[in-house]
Design a protein around this ligand. Sequence first.
Ligand code: SAM
Length: 264
Amino acid sequence: MPQKAKLGQNFLADANARRRIVEALGDISATTVAEIGPGKAAITEILAQRAGELVAVELDPELAAALRERFSTQANVRIVEQDILTVDLSALRSGESKLMVVGNLPYYITSDILLHLFRHHEAISRAVVMMQREVAERVAAAPGMRDYGLLSATTQMYAQVERLMTLPPGAFSPPPQVHSSVLRLTFAPRFKELGVEAEGFIAFLRKAFAQKRKTLLNNLRAAGYGVAEIAGAADGAGVSVQARAEAVSLEQMASLYRGLTLSV
Ligand code: SAM
């Protein structure tokens, strides 16, 4: 079975890392766990022994067939041959209890997968995900840090982010060209606390971060807001109009959004 580079197939060979990833989920004995991209079962094998229920979603038909065969006698394991981005994660919940998500992600769609998890945030309690180190740094960065941007702000509206470990290329077979980091996302959406509705605020963040080199004022003007209303809302939020979105906290950003929304 040749490795398919375009599907991001770098299989985790480090046994200690496999175990630590599963342990980072906590007690999963009564939980439904969704695994993204089980591949050759490096993590799946441990999950299958410990999870109440495991739904492993693999796009590659050959790998999915081998997984179905391998786990055919384990009643708690279901292999779904599908693109993770089209899986209705909310439908995997059993009753009121929330899902946990785990995966050594296919790196070519990391941001899309994170956004997919956020769309289903009401169904998810925790996610432990491996991605390219540089992307993990962006996800985890705090306002004012070099790597802080739209992906950080969006993620941090939905979840608390912890960096758990970083692995060198040699931990995988075949080795990728990049280092990889594992993050734990504990879902705790902040929209209610910050007094904003999710859809409108996420769309506003996209406008505020539209062009990295521009000031917040210029990005918001380009999005159609008037200079006077931006200045008024920025004043109320304690934000300089010359600031860049990258330097503004989520609390201030929410205050700015509320000010602009009220002024229209
Ligand atoms: N979990 C395995 C491991 O750690 O060794 C494999 C991880 S590998 C980085 C990513 C896996 O995701 C591959 O098995 C690949 O075929 C699968 N994959 C790629 N795109 C996918 C998609 N859109 N939906 C589901 N799985 C996908």
